[in-house]
Design a protein around this ligand. Structure first.
Ligand SMILES: *Cc1c(COP(=O)(O)O)cnc(C)c1O
Length: 233
């Protein structure tokens, strides 16, 4: 099992490097952070990935992440990628290095005030629902400027960029225009001169579409199944 995880992790890392070489609209050498998404996999699996070179891990549920954090600690970078309820924020800010899934001003305000309680400036991404899928959270394109402006006024947050999830198309090529559009938006918000921000992350791409996401400018990808195999629920 461990061997398998190590091999799969290295295979994904190699595919990311190959995808960078296929970039046409984005600098080929811009680095990509691979977040190993360990949700629904145990600490042993997480340790295997770390042994194989993983330095960034992603979880989508606070309770599960908290338990794993207690065992693994902060030798790796912790990404919280799932929809976050306000009543879980106090726990989340304790261990999250980056929260990808900020989808409302209300959530941002809660994160800022909970971060303030522990003297932390919390790095966040704002999640964009570009395809306006009902099944997904995220800010709509037309509200994004306004939300970003409000979020960057909050004292204990630092905006680091944007996150999105593409629809689960059978034909994965259909994701490409959406990723390309996200990269444009990302470039635009870099130029907005938002206060208290350091915009350097565009988080997009999962197991079925990360190669296309990297080709179109993702610099953070969140990959679970391709590393750990299918999740058992
Ligand atoms: C589960 C999850 C992933 C990883 O999904 P895979 O298809 O297993 O790679 C990425 N991003 C988010 C937000 C997730 O919840």
């Amino acid at each position: 099992m461990g061997q398998e995880i190590a091999e799969r992790y290295q295979n994904v890392a190699a595919k990311i490097e190959a995808a960078k070489q296929r970039r046409t609209t984005v600098p080929k050498d811009a680095a990509v952070t691979l977040v190993a998404v360990t949700k629904n996999h145990d600490v042993a699996a997480m340790r295997e990935a770390i042994a194989a070179g993983a330095t960034n891990v992603g979880e989508n549920r606070v309770q599960e992440a908290k338990g794993k954090f207690a065992e693994i600690g902060n030798s790796v970078t912790w990404h919280l990628i799932g929809h976050l309820q306000t009543n879980k924020v106090r726990q989340a800010v304790k261990f999250s290095d980056l929260i990808h899934s900020v989808d409302s001003l209300h959530l941002a305000e809660t994160i800022s005030s909970e971060a303030a309680r522990i003297d932390k400036v919390q790095d966040i991404l704002v999640q964009v629902n570009l395809a306006k899928e009902d099944s997904k959270s995220g800010v709509y394109r037309e509200n994004l400027q306004e939300v970003l402006q409000a979020v960057t006024k909050l004292p204990n947050l630092r905006l680091r960029g944007l996150m999105c999830m593409a629809p689960n198309y059978d034909d994965v090529e259909k994701c490409r225009p959406l990723f390309r559009e996200m990269y444009k938006i990302y470039q635009q918000i870099k130029e907005m001169g938002l206060p208290a921000s350091n915009i350097d992350m565009l988080s997009m791409g999962m197991t079925h579409d990360y190669e296309i996401a990297v080709e179109e400018g993702a610099n953070v990808v969140r990959v679970g199944t391709a590393i750990f195999g299918p999740r058992q629920y």
